[in-house]
Design a protein around this ligand. Structure first.
Ligand code: NAP
Length: 230
């Protein structure tokens, strides 16, 4: 089947990591609501089953991005790739072993890069969009988050380098930088009603994916209505 034939017979398709929780889960649900087919990736099989129950357009794919076959996760058609999976260890530099540095980079950066590499032919065919879910830590670092912040700085560089490489090929690249968001990842000591809702961050991701054909939304910062210090 030619690419054009394939695109006329399959709905727009997104590959979403981190789909079992928080921001990624909301992205999967919002895209399915818009009629997209969503390949939803995560390790938590129960959460994946709930997603599949929520929409027939969501195909669950149980995988550990640190050990799994990432190429096997990539469908033939990819209009959007969202890398929302992430871990956020809270450790001081003096206490962080090499293995811990490697794990946070492997998930937050390398897995995203590997998925992009495998999906690039399909993304080019579809003139698709890559969205890398970053963080306020992608531009600033605080005590006890240097490994996480370093990985998110690297993720920002991945986005910027990829965008420069792929603009000739029609692939656009967006970074979304959420502030403190009410998901299991956020353990800060704040009134959680002040946190950003994960669905609000997901709306920004979906906005990047569905932006007009003539533009790319390169960097989207999503901050709480009232800024938080924590
Ligand atoms: N929450 C915040 O305040 C905040 C702020 C700024 C940026 N962010 C960023 O937003 C993104 C989403 O975070 P979240 O807040 O939605 O966190 P979350 O609710 O904890 O979700 C994290 C996701 O990562 C997946 N994941 C973790 N390890 C994995 C592995 N080895 N293989 C595959 N998937 C794995 C988890 O799935 P399984 O456990 O099912 O594998 C889960 O779906 C992250 O990149 C995070 O850095 C969050």
């Amino acid at each position: 089947m030619t690419t054009a034939e394939q695109h006329s017979t399959t709905p727009r398709t997104a590959l979403v990591t981190g789909a079992t929780s928080g921001i990624g889960r909301e992205v999967a649900l919002q895209l399915a609501e818009l009629g997209w087919r969503v390949i939803a990736v995560g390790r938590d099989r129960e959460a994946l089953a709930h997603l599949a129950e929520a929409s027939a357009l969501i195909t669950p794919r149980a995988a550990d991005l640190l050990t799994g076959d990432l190429a096997a996760l990539v469908p033939d058609r990819v209009d959007a790739l969202v890398h929302a999976a992430g871990i956020s260890p809270s450790t001081r530099v003096e206490d962080t072993a090499n293995a811990d540095w490697e794990r946070v980079f492997a998930l937050n950066v390398t897995a995203g890069a590997a998925l992009v590499r495998n999906a690039l032919p399909a993304l080019r065919d579809a003139r698709g969009t890559v969205v890398l879910v970053n963080s306020g830590a992608g531009t600033a670092a605080r005590p006890r988050n240097a490994p996480y912040a370093a990985s998110k700085h690297a993720l920002r560089a991945l986005a910027n380098g990829l965008r420069a490489e792929e603009e000739e090929n029609g692939v656009r690249v967006s970074t979304v930088y959420p502030g403190p968001t009410d998901t299991p990842m956020f353990g800060g000591d704040v009134d959680r009603r002040e946190l950003i809702r994960p669905s609000s961050v997901a709306r920004a991701v979906v906005m990047a994916i569905t932006a007009s054909e003539d533009v790319q939304l390169t960097d989207i910062h999503v901050r709480p209505r009232r800024e938080l210090t924590w």
